[in-house]
Ligand binder design. Structure first.
Ligand code: ADP
Ligand code: MG
Length: 208
C-alpha cells in the first residue's frame, strides 16, 4: 500500500520525513528513489531530526557512500548514497550487512533502486518526484505484514479516491478509478469545469 503526499517547500518535505521517523520501527530501512534534486537528502534531514540527531550535518554522502549520524538514545542513522556504486555488491564493502542487522541503526538509502537486490524486504519505500518548481510528490510505501502502518498513513490512503466518483483508485488510470472516469474528467475540462488561475485576456488569443 502506498500513501501519496504533495509538499510545497523543503520544510514540508523535511516535516513529513520527521513524522515518518517517529513511526518507524527500530532499525528500519528507508529506501529513497528519485532523480537529482527530487529532495532525497532533504527527506533524510527530516528523518535524522525525527530520530533526535543534528539535521544540519546531513548532506549527500555521494563520494564516501555512507555517513553515520548519531541520534537519540545510542542509536544512529546510516545515510547511504548508492549513486556512485558500480554494482550492487559494492555496497557490501561498507559493512552493509552489519548495518542492516543492527537494531540500533536506522538506514536511509538514496538511489536505493541501484542496490535493489540488497535492500531488506521490510523496507519503507519513499519515491519523490518533481511536481512543479517547489512542489514534490512523495509516495510512501509501507511494508505489508511487518509492522502496522501508522494511522496518518492509513488516513492518507483512504483519502485517495477517484476525483470523479469517489471510488478507490486504480493506479493504471492515474487519479481515477477507471478509464471511464478519466474520460469523464476530460469532458469536464472541455466544458469549463476547471478554473484557470487567471481569466483569459484578449492578448491570449492574438497570433504570436
Ligand atoms: P536529492 O538528494 O534528491 O538530489 P536534495 O534534497 O539534495 O535532492 O535537493 C532538493 C532541492 O530541491 C533543494 O535545493 C531544495 O531546496 C529544493 N526543493 C524545492 N522544493 C522542495 C520540496 N518541496 N521538497 C524538497 N526539496 C525541495
Ligand atoms: Mg541527495
Amino acid at each position: 500500500m502506498q500513501a501519496e503526499f504533495v509538499t510545497d517547500n523543503p520544510e514540508e518535505t523535511q516535516g513529513l520525513a520527521k513524522r515518518l521517523a517517529a513511526a518507524l520501527p527500530a532499525g528500519a530501512c528507508v529506501a529513497l528513489v528519485g532523480e537529482l534534486g527530487a529532495g532525497k537528502t532533504c527527506f533524510v534531514r527530516g528523518l535524522v531530526e525525527g530520530l533526535g540527531g543534528d539535521a544540519s550535518l546531513v548532506s549527500s554522502p555521494t563520494f564516501v557512500i555512507s555517513c553515520e549520524h548519531p541520534c537519540a538514545q545510542a542509536t544512529q542513522l546510516a545515510h547511504i548514497d548508492a549513486y556512485r556504486l558500480g554494482s550492487e555488491e559494492e555496497i557490501l564493502s561498507i559493512g552493509w550487512l552489519e548495518l542492516v542487522a543492527d537494531p540500533a541503526t536506522w538506514l536511509a538509502v538514496e538511489w536505493a533502486d541501484r542496490i535493489a537486490g540488497q535492500l531488506p524486504a521490510s523496507r519503507v519505500m519513499v519515491t519523490l518526484e518533481h511536481a512543479g518548481q517547489s512542489q514534490r510528490r512523495i509516495s510512501i510505501k509501507w511494508p505489508q505484514g511487518i509492522e502496522p502502518a501508522p494511522q496518518w498513513i492509513n488516513d492518507a490512503l483512504e483519502s485517495q479516491v477517484c476525483a470523479v466518483c469517489g471510488e478507490p483508485l486504480n493506479q493504471a488510470a492515474g487519479p481515477f478509478c477507471s478509464d471511464r472516469c478519466k474520460m469523464a474528467d476530460l469532458g469536464r475540462w472541455f466544458s469549463g469545469g476547471y478554473v484557470l488561475p487567471r481569466p483569459l485576456k484578449d492578448a491570449d488569443w492574438e497570433e504570436a
